[in-house]
Design a protein around this ligand. Structure first.
Ligand code: NDP
Length: 348
């Protein structure tokens, strides 16, 4: 239930959309600046860290810390300084005039002076046949959520980055065998993660291979898959180009996608906030968190196609709150000196 009473009429100083590590870090900074931020928790409250196991590289935790614990601590910390939390998904953002208006799926409208977009990114799907039908029925994007269902199974993990390695290592605790299916013959994962996966006795690799079709049904779950291979990699492209490829059918009880994430920016598509080709929020000079719309700031994975770490997301979250605070102060000074600031069109 919402912790804010009259959401449809009041105007907030700052609304933070997203409650992952970036949103929480922004909330701590904004709350400590007495901006009484409202943090809007979307469909994946707590963001990607809640789906991970141990976080080993967040400064200050030499023994590692559970992703869920880190998020819960961040939330407690933000609340301690006065941040409020509310559930809701933004369906439409009106950013041409201030206060900005955010229309939520619930029908509520939020109004705010400054907006921090910290909506993160969601798991990418690969486009295999039947994935729509079988997602959640043996096909998953989250090994930590669903791995325990696959005790004794043979499973596939798709991807060649750190996510895929992490998923495979986690699944190896339960599954009989884990096969990592990667579309090239070279991993994108960091050396340490790649080494752990390569050294694990239950984990093997299918190089230059992609997942074409998933077999099974919602009643029976995943029962197998059709893979396609080409010695030069990216076999699906080779299929499209009419090249000779090898097909293979495998029996598996589960399939996990670990192929990266897409930024959650659908609600910004029709606004003047600029997005890159992949949908990330573009910040003005790549250094600050300012976007093309005055008063809208980006933080975390939604604006960072490069680093995408918990620690960097926390960093940009704090930057966004500091930038928003400065921006609000400057507006207040300008209004005091010359009356209300004329609402302007968003920058081109
Ligand atoms: P990445 O973008 O690093 O890797 C995605 C992988 O999926 C790539 O190997 C890519 O192949 C493959 N891929 C993408 N799309 C498709 C597709 N349609 N079909 C088949 N394969 C596909 O994403 P990650 O989520 O792995 O990592 C993101 C960031 O998070 C990185 O910076 C990573 O270091 C970090 N991270 C760190 C962890 C840790 O340290 N414990 C854990 C998880 C993530 P290709 O290589 O050919 O492009």
């Amino acid at each position: 239930m919402s912790e804010q009473s009259d959401r449809s009429t009041s105007v907030r100083d700052v609304v933070i959309v997203g409650s992952g590590v970036a949103g929480l870090s922004a909330a701590v900074y904004a709350a400590r600046a007495d901006l009484e931020p409202l943090v809007l928790e979307g469909p994946e409250p707590g963001g990607q860290l809640t789906l991970t196991t141990d976080v080993e590289n967040f400064l200050g935790f030499p023994e590692g810390v559970g992703g869920m614990e880190l998020i819960q601590r961040g939330k407690d910390q933000a609340r301690h300084f006065g941040a409020e939390f509310s559930h809701g998904s933004v369906e439409r953002a009106s950013l041409d005039e201030r206060p900005f208006e955010l229309d939520l799926a619930s029908g509520d409208t939020l109004r705010t002076g400054a907006l921090i977009v910290a909506t993160g990114a969601s798991a990418r799907w690969v486009g295999a046949e039947n994935e729509d039908e079988l997602m959640g029925y043996g096909l998953s994007t989250c090994a930590t959520c669903d791995g325990a269902f696959h005790r004794g199974d043979d499973v596939l993990v798709v991807g060649g980055g750190d996510s895929a390695m992490e998923e495979a290592l986690f699944l190896a605790k339960f599954a009989d065998s884990v096969t990592i299916v990667h579309r090239r013959d070279e991993l994108r994962a960091s050396d340490i993660m790649a080494r752990r996966a390569r050294d694990h006795e239950k984990i093997s690799f299918r190089w230059n291979t992609e997942l074409l079709e998933i077999h099974g049904s919602q009643a029976d779950g995943v029962t197998g898959a059709t893979l396609v291979r080409h010695p030069e990699g990216r076999p699906k492209e080779k299929v499209d180009a009419g090249a000779d490829v090898e097909y293979e059918t495998v029996d598996v009880g589960g399939i996990f996608y670990g192929v990266g994430h897409v930024p959650n920016t659908d609600f910004l598509v029709d606004t003047a906030v600029e997005l890159d080709d992949a949908g990330h929020v573009e910040t003005l000079d790549g250094r600050t968190t300012e976007t093309a719309v005055d008063g809208v700031f980006g933080a975390g994975d939604v604006m960072d196609p490069e680093y995408r770490q918990a620690i960097t997301a926390a960093g940009t979250g704090s930057m966004a709150a500091l930038d928003a605070e400065t921006w609000l102060e400057e507006r207040e000074i300008a209004e005091t000196q010359s009356g209300p600031v004329v609402e302007m069109e968003a920058d081109d």
